[in-house]
Design a protein around this ligand. Structure first.
Ligand code: FAD
Length: 576
């Protein structure tokens, strides 16, 4: 397809506002990056006189949570050491684009040393894997892996005053036989690069003389397991790659290609608004992507994938050329080991309090995919809340007394705000009404318990997304930076259990929306305020948001030039 065709197809029919948005977003990204570059050139800080007093912070992981924590951390107060087996940060939402060569791996990764050099070299980075966290002795044990036969020990340990665990998660196979050995994954940058080569392998293998048509079809049968955002985006990318590029260069086998998407639930993208899920299913049907819902994969061999069709109770097997497994995440062994040490062995994920401090540890914080916030229940503290609110100790609460503490309750127990919103209650005092809905002047402890009894059902765990991880990193660095100040000037809510105020407000997640690219230059988005946007304009919004969210000017320029290159020349099908 010529450049003119591609460009006109890309721009045709899009509102001018979308194009303007792209320009504005890119230019605002430019301003941010310019500011970054200014800070890079700042004079190195003087050696801190009190350096020996600096607290030692060890950060594990260079993903979304770890790098976001380091970005604004005040290194003049801390001696920071960073450990990760990857010496780069990867922009994971664009991994599916790497699998088909829409963007190059290096365009979405930023060397960690580039990121930390902005901190005047005050952060030490070690390329190694943390193999054990010894929470009782404030120590982490690490091992580096280098392919070449280099001299010196590979093992070392680090002591810390504070530990920040940002280790992410690993793929979840649900112990399905054959998955580890025979499937591709899409979790790390290396997975995406491997997948890109394997897709081309399937086409080259199918083009070799002497194969039967059935063998060619099998080699070109791409199966994606998991109908979440990653699986759907990969299927859409692959479809575009095949239709826009590969059919032109593999004309002999072009009619033999098939993509199957297997989903255990009844719909794909079922965490999105129903309109998005329906649109995606209809689009995939038009694109001849075979979506098989209600099927659970029971085993995968090198030649076949076997699944149970829930509605019929039947077990069927289909031959495949390549399987991509994208069904969710599970806890890394090093995190599981820590959980066992601190009495969290029976939990699925590492639990923290609302300030991201690991439960059972004084000085260990965990954020991102490796942790979950264990939101305190309002009903566990109901007697203390009542007592704190009942200033005159009368045994009953007036509406005024309740209103005096309600701001603190809303900050400490965010589930109350969600409850009010879902019940369409404008004012918290609407909670204190009698069964006929009439205002009441006072409420006793039993009435108070009744009024708030349903609130805790609204407490939900946060999704494992980059957005959550990045916001948690930024929140935690702010807490670290203000630790001394907030000891004397607490800025958190009143303590209902115990006296005084919390030093900081608990972490609060702000959902900024989420995208699902669906191929053919169309995307769907759930935007704040329950807005849903689907179609070509949304794809332009996706381009602008993702370009602006890049961590550096370098990756931003590389990314935009990759997209432009793809419009002009198509994707590169070399197996490199
Ligand atoms: P990661 O980003 O996974 O970082 C973990 C870090 O820990 C890595 O640097 C890793 O090398 C390091 N590490 C691992 N083991 C060790 C060890 N033993 N010792 C030391 N370091 C270690 N989220 C969105 O919000 N929007 C999206 O569009 C989106 N798309 C996605 C697409 C794909 C294909 C994938 C895989 C994920 C996507 N996500 C998206 C989810 C998002 O990537 C994760 O939620 C996010 O990466 C979590 O950040 P994290 O810092 O907790 O973990």
């Amino acid at each position: 397809m010529s450049f003119i065709n591609r460009a006109s197809r890309a721009l045709h029919g899009y509102p001018a506002s979308s194009k303007l948005l792209v320009l504005l977003t890119l230019s605002s990204g430019g301003i941010v990056a310019y500011a970054d570059s200014q800070s890079e050139t700042a004079a190195p800080t003087e050696l801190n006189q009190n350096e020996f007093k600096k607290k030692r912070v060890v950060v594990l992981g260079t993903g979304w949570a770890g790098t976001s924590f380091l970005k604004d951390l005040d290194v003049s107060s801390y001696d920071v050491q960073l450990v990760s087996p990857r010496n780069y940060f990867a922009f994971t939402p664009l991994l599916p684009s790497v699998t088909c060569g829409t963007v190059e791996a290096r365009s979405i990764s930023e060397p960690v040393r580039n990121i930390i050099k902005k901190r005047n070299g005050e952060i030490q980075f070690y390329e190694a894997e943390c193999v054990k966290i010894d929470a009782a002795n404030n120590k982490v044990f690490c091992k580096s892996h280098f392919e070449n036969n280099m001299i010196g020990s590979e093992d070392f340990s680090l002591e810390y005053d504070y530990l920040v665990v940002a280790l992410g998660a690993q793929v979840n196979t649900f112990n399905t036989p054959g998955v580890m050995e025979n499937c591709h994954f899409l979790k790390e940058l290396e997975d995406a690069q491997k997948l890109r080569r394997s897709v081309i392998d399937c086409f080259e293998k199918a083009s070799i003389p002497g194969l039967t048509e059935e063998e060619r079809r099998t080699n070109l049968h791409f199966v994606v397991v998991g109908g979440g955002p990653t699986g759907v985006e990969f299927a859409a990318e692959l479809h575009d790659f095949i239709q826009e590029d590969l059919v032109n260069i593999y004309p002999v086998v072009k009619d033999l290609v098939k993509i199957t998407l297997i989903q255990s639930g009844d719909h794909i993208l079922n965490m999105f608004d129903e309109r998005i899920s329906t649109f995606a299913e209809q689009k995939f049907q038009r694109d001849c992507i075979d979506v098989q819902t209600g099927c659970r994969v029971v085993c995968v061999s090198d030649k076949e994938i076997t699944m149970k069709v829930k509605s019929k109770g039947e077990v069927t097997s289909i031959p495949h050329g390549l399987v991509v497994w994208s069904t969710g995440i599970s806890t890394r062994p090093v995190v599981k080991d820590l959980m066992e040490q601190i009495g969290q062995a029976n939990r699925r994920v590492l639990a923290t309090n609302e300030w991201l401090r690991v439960k059972g540890c004084e000085n260990v914080y965990a954020l991102g995919d490796c942790a979950t916030i264990d939101q305190r229940k309002i009903m566990d503290d109901i007697a203390s809340i009542f007592k704190a609110a009942d200033k005159d100790n009368s045994g009953t609460l007036t509406v005024q007394e309740f209103q005096d503490v309600v701001d603190d309750i809303l900050v400490r127990y965010p589930q109350l705000e969600i409850y009010l919103k879902n019940k369409h209650l404008r004012d918290v005092k609407d909670l204190l009404k009698d069964p006929e809905g009439k205002d009441i002047k006072e409420v006793d402890i039993e009435g108070f318990k009744l009024a708030l009894s349903q609130v805790d059902s609204q407490a939900k765990s946060l999704p494992a997304t980059a957005q959550v991880a990045a916001q948690q990193g930024a929140y935690l660095s702010r807490c670290f930076n203000r630790r001394e100040h907030c000891k004397d000037n607490p800025e958190g809510p009143q303590r209902f259990v115990g006296a005084g105020r919390h030093s900081f407000a608990p972490f609060r997640y702000k959902h900024l929306g989420q995208f699902a690219p669906l191929g053919g230059e169309q995307a769907a988005a759930e935007l704040p305020g329950d807005w849903v946007s689907i179609g070509h304009s949304t794809q332009w919004l996706w381009y602008s948001v993702y370009a602006s969210k890049q961590v550096s000017w370098r990756t931003r320029v590389l990314l935009v030039s990759d997209w432009t290159r793809r419009f002009i020349f198509g994707r590169d099908s070399s197996r490199i």
